[in-house]
Design a protein around this ligand. Structure first.
Ligand SMILES: Cc1ncc(COP(=O)(O)O)c(C=O)c1O
Length: 425
């Protein structure tokens, strides 16, 4: 570990929780240099929905490289981009009645896509304020960070984070409080102090913020509120998209049509950086090159993204398998929560974006540490990092899922039993 500690900035984070040097990865498994094998329930924080080095995607990439396919091309037209545009249109947009959305390739991170989405909304509406939500996470560049709730990340900005009004997310104050009605009143009142917003940016399932979920009804009401106030609805599907909830988009079947959608993380399918802003056609008011970037659209990522869409999204079978696995995962997590009922563990999330809320961050951290010792990599999320989060590749088999859940169950039992005996001694 010395080489990393001596040469890498203290800003490094995940590697502190999982102190191993990794060298190989296949499917749901990561293998360290000492030969130790780990089941990966971190999966690049939602970047590896199809697992590590999926053979079909790897083959497509190897063939493209072997033929001296273009690697870097700014935003020049390439056959790799052409194939992606065609495939994404054919298997993702068209079947969902979304063929009127255009694609803007931004710099390759999620934050890049969020920056572009916010800029576009402000440009189109001529307004600067944006609504974002409690516990929302949208990235760490300054514009995206303004919309992000987490104080630890916000503290790193070094300048005031502005032009965002924070609103309570669905059920933020519990089920009895209608947060849409609250927003409506604030927006209707010319003296509320909330400037008319350009947009509302929202995650349908909050990935980093604690696996909080918005219902279809809440999302529909938010869409109506946006329409009524001339605001654009931006769905940040960077973590919850690309199949994570059991559908390609997290908002599918909710009956909404966001004005702008951001995607990144699992879009390339292979862990290669790629981000896109999808926008309704009439919103495309950019001047050529107005939002720029050297690494917009990465050809290797286009190749694997195209392969992943052909392989997993040409029919509904993959999405159905994700929903079946979600039922199994929910069952296993509920079993853990019930077994330790007195500790008030609670299962949270939707689809394959699930976790267990612990009474505090200390317990969640200890559970993850114990799971790592037993060969399972998983992280925490939530306001106080109190949620143990399962974000495994969606390609995981039933047996692998059960093995991982056995480890998690043992880890919870050991940590909670230790807490009970410490308290009673
Ligand atoms: C919903 C959401 N938006 C944006 C981002 C930022 O993406 P990136 O870390 O690639 O900048 C993340 C990252 O976790 C995210 O979960």
């Amino acid at each position: 570990m010395k080489i990393f500690e001596e040469n890498e900035s203290t800003v490094r984070s995940y590697c502190r929780s999982f102190p191993a040097v990794f060298q190989e990865a296949r499917g749901v498994e990561l293998i360290a240099t000492d030969g130790q094998r780990y089941i990966d329930f971190l999966a690049g924080a939602g970047t590896l929905n199809y697992g590590h080095n999926h053979p079909f995607l790897k083959q497509a990439l190897l063939e493209y490289i072997e033929q001296d396919g273009i690697t870097h091309s700014l935003d020049l037209y390439t056959n790799a981009k052409e194939a992606f545009l065609e495939t994404f249109n054919r298997f993702i947009l068209k079947p969902r009645g979304m063929e009127d959305y255009l694609m803007q390739f931004t710099g390759p991170t999620g934050a890049n896509a969020v920056e572009a989405a916010l800029k576009l909304a402000r440009k189109v509406t001529g307004r600067s304020n944006v609504l974002s939500f409690t516990n929302g996470f949208h990235g760490c560049s300054v514009g995206a960070l303004s919309a992000t709730g987490n104080q630890h990340h916000r503290g790193g900005a070094g300048i005031p984070l502005s032009h965002v009004s924070r609103m309570p997310y669905a059920n933020y104050f519990g089920e009895q409080v209608n947060t849409i009605a609250m927003m409506e009143k604030l927006l209707d009142d010319p003296s509320s102090g909330i400037d008319k917003p350009a947009a509302a940016i929202v995650e349908v399932v909050q990935g980093e913020g604690g696996l909080n979920t918005a219902s279809a009804e809440w999302m529909r009401k938010l869409e109506n509120l946006c329409k009524k106030n001339g605001m654009l609805l931006i769905v940040d599907d960077i973590q919850a998209g690309c199949g994570r909830t059991g559908h390609f988009f997290s908002f599918e079947e909710m009956g909404i049509r966001p004005d702008i959608i951001t995607l990144s993380k699992s879009l390339s399918g292979y862990g290669l950086p790629l981000a896109v802003v999808l926008m309704k056609k009439e919103l495309d008011q950019w001047k050529a090159g107005e939002h720029n970037g050297t690494f917009r659209g990465n050809n290797h990522a286009f190749v694997t993204a195209t392969a992943s869409i052909e392989h997993f999204w040409s029919d509904d079978s993959f999405a159905r398998s994700v929903r079946a696995k979600s039922r199994l995962l929910t069952e296993r997590l509920n079993r853990i929560a019930l077994r330790h009922g007195p500790h008030s563990l609670r299962v949270k999330g939707r689809g394959m974006m699930l976790g267990i809320a612990c009474p505090d961050g200390e317990i969640a951290e200890e559970v993850c540490r114990e799971a790592f010792r037993k060969g399972l990599i998983m992280e925490t999320c939530g306001s106080n990092a109190e949620i143990v989060k399962c974000l495994c590749p969606l390609t995981i088999t039933k047996d692998q899922l059960n093995t991982a859940m056995d480890i998690l169950e043992e880890s919870f039992a050991e940590v909670l039993n230790k807490h009970i005996s410490t308290r009673s001694s």
